[in-house]
Design a protein around this ligand. Structure first.
Ligand SMILES: *Cc1c(COP(=O)(O)O)cnc(C)c1O
Length: 389
């Protein structure tokens, strides 16, 4: 059906829905049948009719089919959040007595899930440096699952995903990757040999900071396993209205990501040359087909000693203080605050990130305005340093 069409074309076509150019929101919990024979046929799996919205909902289905098409997978399952997609996918492929291998600097709640909840179910996780393929090969011996993120959260390390996927396959482990940062516009992990792609659709897939959602994509057999083993019982279903918002967001995904790429290249380049900045953590582009081909808006900077990251963030105006990312708006987050976050299993502490790190999301604003904002904040911080006794 999709042929050789470009992803930009696929994104604006909702050709899965007939008639209206925008599919309707099926805001209904259940779907009735004409007669018992039809009901029985549906229950026997002889047709694809929706029954109940914790199972299938037509609006959610359009979103799932579109995500499967974009990532190049056979099937997809929408979820209430990225974490619902991540936890249901991992639990479908790991059981008591199993061991998982995971790259360091994964999303902090993914880390906490592995450290706090999985051990209670008899599942242990070994964390490895994703750049060290030798260490990964050794850790994968006897492991059931390999969990990947590239670029990683917070420090934005890039990994050789194709090689990581190959190591997992050799070891007989299922591989899962979080592709929220790159999206299928900039990275196609299934083409690189990964088994399952998960997204926090709350980020770029939505793109408008107005919904929390998730999705898992892969071969039909693997998504069926999620559909029969974890999804219906954990119950983290995607709501029809959220699915509709996500379809709306997807239509501009290429446009938005191209703009993020252009803006981030300018803003990060400008930051690189600032004397207040020690280092810019920006992912490297890959030349492999399916590999990372562009840069999303999220990256981090390490400020020089003496430049206070908290004061710097407080002095910013267009970059608003907040968690999450992937929307239209620019954001900042001083990692020193994350480092002091209460409770056990803080991946920032356990794997170490510099106190001086500030995460920035370059939104869809005019980059000149963003640089002026950063410039003004640097000036404020510098004045404060010079002005203090
Ligand atoms: C936000 C995020 C998640 C979690 O997604 P939710 O939709 O908030 O549950 C997972 N992975 C990454 C990389 C994220 O940034």
């Amino acid at each position: 059906m999709t042929g050789q069409r470009d992803i930009a074309t696929l994104l604006v076509q909702d050709d899965l829905a007939s008639g209206p150019v925008v599919p309707p929101i099926h805001q209904s919990s259940l779907f009735t049948f004409d007669d018992v024979a039809q009901m029985a046929a549906t229950f026997a799996g002889e047709n694809d009719r929706p029954v109940y919205s914790r199972g299938n909902n037509p609006t959610v289905r359009v979103f799932e089919q579109k995500m499967a098409m974009l990532e190049g997978g056979e099937a997809a399952r929408g979820f209430a959040s990225g974490m619902a997609a991540i936890s249901a996918s991992i639990l479908a492929f790991a059981q008591s007595g199993d061991r998982i291998v995971c790259v360091r600097h994964v999303y902090p709640d993914t880390y906490r899930f592995m450290r706090r909840l999985l051990p209670r179910l008899g599942i242990e996780t070994s964390f490895v440096d994703g750049r060290d393929l030798d260490a990964m090969r050794k850790a994968l011996d006897g492991a059931a699952l390999l969990y990947l993120e590239s670029p990683t959260s917070v420090v934005f390390e890039t990994h050789d995903i194709a090689e990581q996927a190959r190591l997992a396959r050799e070891a007989g482990a299922v591989s899962i990757i979080d592709n929220s940062w790159a999206t299928p516009v900039f990275q196609r992990p299934l083409a690189l040999g990964v088994d399952i792609v998960v997204h926090s659709a709350s980020k770029y897939v939505s793109g408008h900071s107005d919904t929390v959602a998730g999705v898992a994509i892969g071969a039909r057999e693997r998504i069926d396993r999620i559909n029969t083993l974890t999804y219906p019982f954990l119950g983290g279903k995607l709501a029809p209205f959220e699915a509709w918002l996500l379809l709306r967001g997807l239509r501009t995904l290429t446009l938005r990501l191209r703009r993020h790429d252009e803006s981030v290249t300018r803003v990060a380049g400008w930051l690189q040359a600032r004397e207040e900045v020690e280092r810019v953590h920006l992912p490297e582009i890959s030349n492999r087909p399916g590999g990372l081909s562009g840069r999303a808006g999220l990256f981090s900077i390490e400020l020089r000693d003496g430049v206070d990251p908290v004061r710097f963030c407080d002095a910013l105006d267009l970059f608003r203080l907040g968690v999450s990312w992937g929307g239209h708006e620019s954001l900042c987050f001083p990692m020193a605050v994350g480092l002091r976050q209460a409770g056990e299993h803080n991946s920032l502490v356990d794997f170490g990130v510099p106190q001086q790190l500030v995460r920035l999301h370059v939104g869809l604003e005019e980059p000149d305005d963003l640089m002026a904002d950063l410039d003004r904040a640097f000036a404020t911080v510098n004045t404060n340093i010079q002005g203090s006794p």
